[in-house]
Design a protein around this ligand. Structure first.
Ligand SMILES: [Zn+2]
Length: 418
C-alpha cells in the first residue's frame, strides 16, 4: 500500500481509539498508532506535481512529522490526562495547570524546534500553512474579531459576575433551558433539511456529564458517531447542532482516499455553519437573543485565546504574564497558571481559528440561503451537502466560500494562503 491508503487506515484507527476512550472510557494508548503515522510521514517523498492531492498529501506528511513525532506524541498524551498529574480532585484549574506547565512548555519548545527542521519559522507557521492559511492574515482577522466582540462581552462578564472557572456554567445559565432529548431535536433539524438519509448513518451516545460534544468518524461516510453530555439547556442543544454539522460533513463526504480526512479549520467552520442554520430554522426570537449574548462572549474568549496562543508560542518563558495581559481585558485572572490547563494548547493547537472563521462563514451562509431559497429548508440541506460536505478535503475552505457568490465574506480575504 502507498502512503495515502496506509495513512487513511491509521487515521481511522485513531478515530476509533478516540471514540473508545471518550465514549466508552476504555483505557486507550494512542502512542502506537501515532508512531506508525509518524513513520509513514517521515518516509513520504513529496512530488511537486502541483495538483490538490499531492499538495494535501505533502501538508499531511509535513505536519505529521511534527504532530506524530514520538516526543510530541508522548507529551500530548500525558497532557490529555490531567488526572495523571496527581493533583487532588478538588484542586482548582490553576493548581492543575501549575502541575502540567512544565510538560506543556517542553511540548511547545519541541514543536517549534521540529517545525524549524521542516523549514518553517515556528510551529504556528507550519500549522497555519498546513491548513491553507496565512498566519499574519489570520492574526489580523482574529484581532478584528476580538475588537468587535470585546466591549459587549465585558458588559456580560461584569453583569453576570463571570469568572474563568465558572465560564461555561455561566453561559449555560444565560442560554436558559432547552429540550431534554437533544439527539431527537438534532434529528428533527436533519429532517427539516431533508437529510434523513445521511442522518441515518450517524449514531448518538449520550452521557450524563457536563455539556460538551465530540464527533468521531470511525469510517467515512458509513459510521459517524456523536458523543454529547447531559441535555436540558439551550447551550447543550446548540452543542448537539454543532456536532451534527461535523457529522453531516463526514457522512455526506463523497470523496475517496486522503480527501476523506479533513483540515480542522474547514471541519470546524462546517459545524459552526450548522449552529447558525439551526438558530435560523429552529430557535424562537427569545432563544436567538439569548444565544447572541452567549456567542458574543465566546467570540471574545476564543479570539483572546488564539491571540494568546500565537504570543505564548513565541515567548513561552513569559507564559503567565502574557496570559494575564491578554485575558484581563475580558475577565478577571486570579491565577495565570490556569493557562496550562487547556487542551487547545496541547491536544488541539492552533485550532480555534476554525470557530472564528466559521462564525463569519455561518452568517454569510445563512444570509445567502435565506435570500436564494426562502422558506425552503430542504433545499438548504441539499445545497450544504453539495457545496460544503461532498468534496471533503478535495476542496479548500477558500474554494467553498466561492459558492456564496456575492455573499462571500470580505473579512476573510486575507486569511488564506496564496
Ligand atoms: Zn466542533
Amino acid at each position: 500500500m502507498g502512503f495515502e491508503s496506509e495513512y487513511v487506515t491509521r487515521f481511522q484507527e485513531r478515530q476509533t481509539l478516540l471514540f473508545m476512550s471518550y465514549a466508552r472510557n476504555a483505557d486507550v494508548d494512542l502512542r502506537p498508532v501515532e508512531a506508525s503515522m509518524y513513520d509513514l510521514c517521515a518516509a513520504h517523498q513529496e512530488y511537486g506535481s502541483g495538483d490538490r492531492k499531492s499538495g494535501v498529501l505533502g501538508s499531511v506528511a509535513t505536519r505529521g512529522r511534527v504532530d506524530w513525532h514520538p516526543a510530541v506524541s508522548d507529551l500530548r498524551n500525558r497532557l490529555d490526562d490531567p488526572a495523571g498529574y496527581g493533583v487532588s480532585d478538588h484542586a482548582s484549574r490553576a493548581d492543575v495547570g501549575a502541575a502540567m506547565e512544565g510538560d506543556l512548555l517542553e511540548l511547545i519548545e519541541i514543536r517549534n524546534r521540529l517545525a524549524v527542521e521542516q523549514g518553517f519559522k515556528a510551529y504556528a507557521d507550519l500549522a497555519m500553512w498546513s491548513e491553507g492559511l496565512d498566519p499574519d492574515g489570520v492574526r489580523r482577522f482574529v484581532a478584528a474579531a476580538r475588537d468587535a466582540a470585546l466591549p459587549g462581552a465585558r458588559r456580560t462578564v461584569a453583569r453576570e459576575r463571570m469568572t474563568l472557572e465558572t465560564w461555561f456554567d455561566d453561559l449555560e445559565r444565560i442560554g436558559g433551558p432547552g429540550p431534554d432529548d437533544v439527539p431527537a431535536a438534532a434529528s428533527a433539524l436533519a429532517h427539516l433539511l431533508d437529510l434523513d438519509e445521511v442522518a441515518d448513518r450517524i449514531s448518538w451516545v449520550v452521557r450524563d456529564q457536563p455539556i460538551y460534544g465530540v464527533a468521531f468518524a470511525l469510517s467515512i461516510p458509513g459510521d459517524v458517531r456523536i458523543l454529547v453530555g447531559r441535555s436540558g439547556s439551550l447551550t447543550a442543544l446548540m452543542t448537539a447542532y454543532h456536532e451534527l454539522g461535523h457529522a453531516l460533513g463526514h457522512a455526506s463526504n463523497r470523496a475517496t482516499g486522503i480527501f476523506r480526512t479533513w483540515e480542522t479549520t474547514t471541519d470546524e467552520s462546517t459545524a459552526v455553519v450548522m449552529e447558525a442554520v439551526a438558530s435560523q430554522l429552529a430557535l424562537n426570537d427569545d432563544e436567538q437573543s439569548r444565544m447572541a449574548i452567549v456567542d458574543q462572549s465566546e467570540r471574545a474568549r476564543l479570539a483572546t485565546s488564539l491571540l494568546f496562543e500565537f504570543d505564548v508560542n513565541d515567548r513561552s518563558e513569559r507564559a503567565r504574564e502574557l496570559f494575564t495581559e491578554w485575558y484581563e481585558p475580558l475577565v478577571p485572572v486570579d491565577d495565570p497558571a490556569v493557562w496550562a490547563r487547556d487542551t487547545f494548547r496541547s491536544v488541539d493547537p492552533f485550532y480555534l481559528q476554525g470557530y472564528l472563521i466559521g462564525n463569519v462563514m455561518a452568517d454569510a451562509t445563512v444570509a445567502f440561503l435565506s435570500e436564494r431559497f426562502p422558506d425552503d429548508p430542504g433545499t438548504w440541506g441539499a445545497w450544504l451537502a453539495e457545496n460544503y460536505y461532498a468534496p471533503g478535503r478535495g476542496s479548500s475552505l477558500d474554494d467553498r466560500l466561492d459558492a456564496l457568490e456575492d455573499h462571500r465574506p470580505k473579512e476573510l480575504d486575507g486569511v488564506f494562503r496564496l
